[in-house]
Ligand binder design. Structure first.
Ligand SMILES: Nc1ncnc2c1ncn2[C@@H]1O[C@H](COP(=O)(O)OP(=O)(O)O)[C@@H](O)[C@H]1O
Ligand SMILES: [Mg+2]
Length: 224
């Protein structure tokens, strides 16, 4: 999906958070959004997802204005606050994913996804018994279930250890290598293991830098 943001500004009431931000991403790009706490990273992705209504500036998906856009299942999103997920029933991982499958996603695709994310062994586990890192990967699997074109991950490694963080970024590189556009927010992680194509750095004074770089060959990144 082509994503074009033109002169986006956003405020919560009188609190301005984004000022005149513009960027474009082509299908298959991998954008890392960096910046200190409070710099507006989550706010920006909530604007892209239509959670924060855009009043100043414009956002287009494949040249369609966000206000007319309806193909939201093309976005897979794992919010920063996935841990606040409210468990109403003691369901298993597999049951949770079934509920979120829009089409009849076949079971073999689901198994492949869980395997790729390294959580196949917990498919029949009660979700209340999972560690933060496992739960986070279940949510990524959920975001991937309906074959999104864009995967948005807001501080996805906050509750995983260093080794699993590297492993996780490898998985994101692979998903991106399959053509999925990735928008990944981080404020602490090194970019060493990410095969990103663009970096957006947000500053607390609402200025920003948007940089492009050539992606590496995936095998080269794996060796790092
Ligand atoms: N729903 C909200 N209502 C009012 N202010 C908010 C809301 N969400 C975020 N903010 C404020 O907007 C600023 C940017 O927040 P956020 O986008 O969450 O930053 P980041 O994700 O970079 O840490 C912060 O000052 C935060 O307090
Ligand atoms: Mg945030």
């Amino acid at each position: 999906m082509q994503i074009d943001i033109h002169n986006l500004s956003f405020a919560y009431g009188h609190r301005s958070v984004l000022n005149n931000l513009s960027l474009s991403l082509a299908p298959g790009d991998y954008l890392v959004v960096k910046g200190k706490n409070g710099s507006g990273k989550s706010t920006l992705v909530k604007c892209i997802l239509g959670i924060n209504p855009v009043k100043t500036g414009m956002i287009f998906f494949d040249h369609e204005d966000i206000n007319n856009f309806s193909k939201w299942p093309l976005f897979g999103y794992v919010s920063q606050k996935f841990e606040e997920f409210n468990y109403e029933y003691p369901v298993t991982v597999n049951e949770l994913l079934s509920v979120y499958s829009l089409k009849n996603t076949n079971q073999s695709y689901r198994l492949k996804l869980l395997d790729q994310l390294g959580i196949l062994d917990i498919i029949n586990e009660n979700i209340n018994n999972l560690s933060g890192g496992q739960l986070q990967r279940v949510f990524i699997a959920r975001a991937m279930l309906n074959n999104p074109e864009v995967l948005i991950l807001d501080e996805p490694t906050a509750s995983i250890d260093k080794l699993n963080t590297e492993y996780f970024y490898r998985t994101v590189n692979q998903l991106n290598g399959q053509g999925i556009t990735v928008i990944l927010i981080t404020h602490t992680d090194s970019l060493a293991h990410m095969n990103y194509s663009h970096v957006l750095s947000l500053n607390l004074d609402m200025t920003y830098q948007f940089q492009v770089r050539d992606k590496c060959d995936l095998e080269e990144v794996e060796k790092i």
